[in-house]
Each structure stands twice: as C-alpha cells, then as structure tokens.
Design a protein around this ligand. Structure first.
Ligand code: ADP
Ligand code: MG
Length: 622
C-alpha cells in the first residue's frame, strides 16, 4: 500500500482557497480561537473512537485512555496537538481537510460581516474549524492513522496556506492524529506554556477527556504530562458548584454559538429512570434551524460515555431550537438510532424533557421583552407545537403570541390571555384573520366592522398559521373565529346598518346572476364600512394560504367559489345598482370582484383584463 502512493500534490477547491486566504489575512485580532477548534476536533476524534470501539474493542490497541496532548517546541517554533482518537485514512484526509465539499463552508463565507470578532466566532459554528490553524501558522502538518489500519497506512498532510496541499504515506506507530503548527511571526506568544495553559482552561475546561501538557517543574524535561483542564463532565457536577460562566462556555462549545444562551435548565432525575439533562435556549436562531433535515437534537451520553451528537428522539421537532445534553443510566452503551426510536425509556425521558422546556418557556414569558425577542427568533417553529403535540396543546397555546389590531403599530405580539382580558363584555369568541403578509391582513376590509366597534382581531401571517388554526379550536372555553369565514353574528356586524331597501336587494340578485358559479353566494355585507366589497370563506372551505401550501406540495386542491359580499352603502355599489347598460354593468362587477380578490391577497386569474378594464373606466370618467 505504501509504495502505491508517493507524495502527491492536490489543489484546493475555490471555496477552500477563499477560506484559507481569509484565515491568513483577516482574522488576526482573535487568533487564540484556533486552539479551541483543534482541541475540539481532537476530543471529537476520541469520542468517535469510543463509539466505534463498542463493536471493535481491539481498536484501543492496549491504550484505552483517551487524551489530547499539547506540546511546545520553542526551538522549532511549533505547537503540536496530538490525540489518540479515531484518526483518518488517506481518503478521509482528502475529504475532510482538502475538498471541503461540506455545506457549511459556503454558508460561512456568506455570513461574514467583516467584524473580526464576529467572524472568528462563526468559525466553529459552520464546521470550518480546522482551517483556523492558518490564523497562527504559516505551515500546518497533519500526521494521522486511522484505527484498524496498520502502522504503514499512516498519512502525512502538509500545507503552507496557499492553493495546494501535499500528501505522502507515513509510518505511524500510534493511532490518532498529530497536528503540527509552524507558528507565524505574529503568533509566537503561543510558544509560552502559561499562555497556552490559560487558553485551555478558558476554552476547553468542559472537555471530558484530559487535555495534557508537560509538567513545568523546571529541570526535568521528561517530567511526564498532567491534565490542564478539569476533566469532569460539567453536567455531572452539582448545580451549586457551577458558575454561570461555566454554563455559558459549555453552551458555546456544544451549540457552536458565539453568543451566550438565553436560559438553561440543569436537572438530575433519579428513580425508575435515572438521567441528567442540561438544556439551553439559544438567543438567536442557529444556522441549521431552518433546514428541517439538518442536525438537531441533544448530545446523548450513556453513563458519561458520549454516544451521539444529534439524538433527536429526546425532544419533539417543534423544540428543535433547544440545545443540550442528556446523560442516561438506563440505555445500553451500544445503543443505536433504531433502538432509540422504539425505546419506552426514551419516550418517557422525551415527555419529561418536553415538559421541562415548556416550563422554561413559561418562566421566560413572564419577562415581556425577553420573550418578545425569543418569539421573534423561534415563534414560527414553536407554532408547529399545537399541530404536532396534542397532549401539550393547552400549554403551548399559552406560549403563542400574535400580532393584533390593538398593538399593530408598536409591532408587539400579544398572548391569548391578554386577548381574553381585553375582550368586550358581550364578546364570546377570539377573532383572527390569516393572510400572506402582515400588511395584507392589517389592512384587510374584513376588519372594518371590528375596528369600528373596537373589537380586537389577531393578525396571522406566518406560513404555518392557516395550518396551526385548524388545530386551535378553542382557548379557555372561547372558540376561535376566522373573520374571513361565514356570516357574522350580531355583535360582530357593523352597527347602524339600515334596513335594506328594495332597489338594493335587486343589485345583489343581478350580481349573483351575472357571476353564476364564480361566487357561491352574493350577499349584502355587514362587516364592511369603507370598502365596496370583500370575499368570505364558506365554513368548510380551505383558506388561501393553506391552498397555496398544498399546491406547492403538489397536492390536488378542490375547486371552490368564495362568497362575495357587497357594501350596499358604498358609492360604487350604488353606482352599480343604478347602472342600466349591460356592458358597463359587467365591467363594473368584474372590477369590484377582482378588487375583492386583490384585497384578500389572492392573485388575479387574468391581470391584463383587470388593467384594461380599469383603464377603460378611467378614460370614460373624463
Ligand atoms: P468540524 O469539526 O465542524 O466537522 P473542522 O473543520 O473542525 O469541522 O474539521 C473537519 C473534519 O476533519 C472533521 O469533521 C473530522 O472529520 C476531520 N478532523 C479534524 N481534526 C481531526 C482529528 N484530530 N482527528 C480525526 N479527524 C479530524
Ligand atoms: Mg471542528
């Protein structure tokens, strides 16, 4: 094998080159993060070995104690990070350190802001941590051998931070990976033991395997290694001994986030099931949140042994923004995703953790400003809750927030409890309106009678809202009512509507006759004040938003005609009633009907015909 691969030179991909350039030229103000990234990779590699060794105990090669070592060579001006983890094969070296076919890279480059501190913080989040080595090194060498391969199958990778890298075979007696950094002129301070020890404490104290350095006792050069980090897994310590800062640093490590978390909850449960959980709410959406198929879930440990990175079985999908760790005593060490899927123990832990998160959110919701900002980040995800989680629907409903006619200007969102408090004495229902954009719902003609009477209406414009509301039938004994649907009852209707004179009833009949099947019903409106007409959904008809979602998903949507309501006092409708010429009558009806579609946020079937008709009427007006 060795002779078949002499030294070979490879070109980096364009994106990798761009990254390298950035690392070497732009991120110098926050150099020290390279150590956090390389130690984190080393610790990941040890975790991966532990997992694979469950099936292959021989992988330990008589050295089962995972460790990371940091060595400084002041003469050669190198800093070396060595781990006895899983190592990489030649192909893995090419895939992981060379090609960057990884999706994170492009996103990382997109997000760069030019603010060095922020950009440096993004490195870990987007899985481009290895390249941070080039912030401090003008040459990086990697010696690595994958477990299970023989000493001759080692690989030596080197790169001077330019367009290409070189790979040659190497004989490596020990498994794992050694990363040698040839420190550049500006990074010589990392040759100082105390500086490096300080950084390990700062960034890697929560790492659960020892990060070791040579003892500094002066004379003895071979004095052996000692751990610099505190090694004990954070969540296994008692809450009272852990500082906020320790919780925060740990969060940043597991979530790859550069900001502090909003809130966390750390609990140990003993009894039928014994487990510890440490759950965090992030302050802002992490980049994977909107990709439904990307990593989510908690880090799973079984009796302190790392098992899986994104165990999604421990929380429902609608809580996928939660980050954290669960450490169970009841699962087997060789647990697989399949076993997790049908384990009753996992199901019970999931129920308990869900409750825990909902309690955290409830606590957070007592703080108006903080909750508003949480809601802005994660509200649309939490709205999947009532759809997905029958058992917690009432609890979730308390946590929902909506834009409303009452606080529309302030941009505030209101809770259903506040809505109930502000209800008019005779009001019995919770009113809402759904549309594509906030602007469209906030200005809908359907609101006119409610505005006039001061009745609050919730304004829904998230993609999921129509879907959500099919699951929300009532809250604290008050039914929800979509104001775009059905007939209004007494209190909802605009007051002081005069009894309908004969002549105007005739206009309803004429319009209905003209439109035929295109309208399910034409009737005099009780909800309009300033607008001439509007469309109303029938009781079982699908809303426009839902219709669009279904169509986008390639589903067949049943044909249905809306109910068309006319405001009989509006001058335009009066004009319509007075119009004797059949052609002009038709033009006017078409126009008013099209306008009603537009005001509902719908697309016109024939926009050009609409424009032509408007133009014709404009010209006739002069
Ligand atoms: P990330 O750690 O987020 O995946 P990195 O850029 O830090 O991104 O690392 C890229 C990949 O290189 C890792 O996913 C891993 O497969 C591989 N790698 C890096 N360092 C090591 C190491 N010390 N041992 C084994 N594999 C490593
Ligand atoms: Mg990494």
């Amino acid at each position: 094998m060795t002779q078949s691969h002499p030294s070979e030179v490879f070109e980096f991909q364009a994106e990798a080159k761009q990254l390298l350039h950035l690392m070497t030229h732009s991120l110098y103000s926050n150099r020290e993060i390279f150590l956090r990234e390389l130690i984190s990779n080393a610790s990941d590699a040890c975790d991966k070995l532990r997992f694979e060794a469950l099936d292959h105990p021989e992988y330990y090669e008589s050295d089962a104690q995972a460790r990371v070592r940091i060595d400084i060579d002041k003469k050669k001006k190198t800093l070396t990070i060595t781990d006895n983890g899983i190592g990489m094969s030649r192909q893995e070296v090419i895939d992981n350190l060379g090609t960057i076919a990884r999706s994170g890279t492009a996103k990382f480059l997109d997000q760069l802001s030019g603010d060095q501190k922020k950009d440096a913080a993004l490195i870990g989040q987007f899985g481009v941590g290895f390249y941070s080595a080039f912030i401090v090194a003008d040459e990086v060498e990697v010696y690595t051998r994958r477990v299970g391969l023989s000493a001759d199958d080692g690989v030596h990778w080197r790169c001077k931070g330019e367009a290409s890298y070189e790979i040659e075979p190497a004989t490596l007696a020990e498994r794992g990976t050694r990363v040698v950094l040839h420190l550049n002129k500006e990074a010589q301070s990392f040759l100082d033991e105390w500086t490096v020890r300080g950084l390990i404490k700062k960034y890697s104290d929560h790492i659960t395997i020892p990060v070791e350095m040579k003892k500094i006792d002066g004379k003895d050069q071979d004095g052996g290694y000692e751990p610099v980090n505190s090694v004990q897994a954070l969540w296994t310590r008692s809450r009272s001994e852990i500082t906020d800062e320790e919780y925060q640093v740990f969060y940043k490590h597991i979530a790859h986030d550069y900001q502090e978390p909003l809130l966390w909850s750390h609990n140990s449960v003993e009894g039928k099931l014994t487990y510890t959980s440490l759950l965090y709410l992030p302050k802002h959406p992490l980049f994977e949140l909107w990709q439904r198929d990307s990593a989510k879930g908690l880090k799973l440990y079984v009796r302190r042994t790392f098992i899986l990175d994104d165990a999604e079985q421990f929380l429902p999908l609608y809580l996928r923004f939660v980050k954290g760790v669960v450490d169970s005593n009841d699962l087997p060490l060789n647990v697989s995703r399949e076993i997790l899927q049908d384990s009753p123990a996992v199901e019970k832990i999931k129920t308990a953790l869900t409750k825990r998160v909902l309690d955290m959110l409830k606590k957070l919701s007592k703080n108006g400003a903080e909750y508003q900002s949480f809601w802005k980040s994660f509200g649309a995800v939490l709205k999947e809750g009532p759809v997905e989680d029958n058992a917690n629907r009432e609890k979730l409903a308390e946590l929902l927030r909506f834009a409303s006619t009452h606080d529309a200007d302030a941009g505030e969102v209101v809770s259903l409890d506040l809505y109930l408090e502000r209800m008019q004495p005779e009001q019995k229902k919770i009113y809402y309106l759904v549309g594509d954009t906030h602007a469209a719902v906030a200005r809908s003609p359907l609101l006119e009678s409610f505005r006039k009477k001061g009745i609050e209406v919730l304004l829904l414009s998230d993609r999921i809202d129509d879907w959500l509301m099919t699951y929300m039938t009532e809250y604290k004994d008050k039914a929800f009512q979509n104001i775009a649907r059905g007939k209004l009852d007494e209190i909802e209707a605009a007051a002081d509507k005069p009894a309908k004179p004969e002549a105007q009833d005739a206009v309803i009949l004429r319009v209905a006759d003209y439109l035929g099947d295109r309208a399910a019903e034409v009737r005099a409106s009780q909800r309009l004040v300033d607008s001439p007409s509007c469309l109303v959904l029938n009781d079982y008809e699908m809303g426009a938003q839902m219709r669009k979602i279904m169509q986008a998903a390639g589903q067949e949507v049943p044909e249905s005609a809306p109910t068309f309501e006319l405001n009989l006092e509006h001058p335009l409708i009066r004009k319509l009633a007075a119009e004797q010429d059949a052609g002009r009558f038709a033009d006017l009806v078409e126009l008013v009907f099209d306008q009603a579609h537009l005001a509902s946020g719908e697309d016109l079937a024939d926009p050009v015909a609409f424009v032509n008709r408007v133009n014709k009427l404009l010209l006739a007006a002069n």
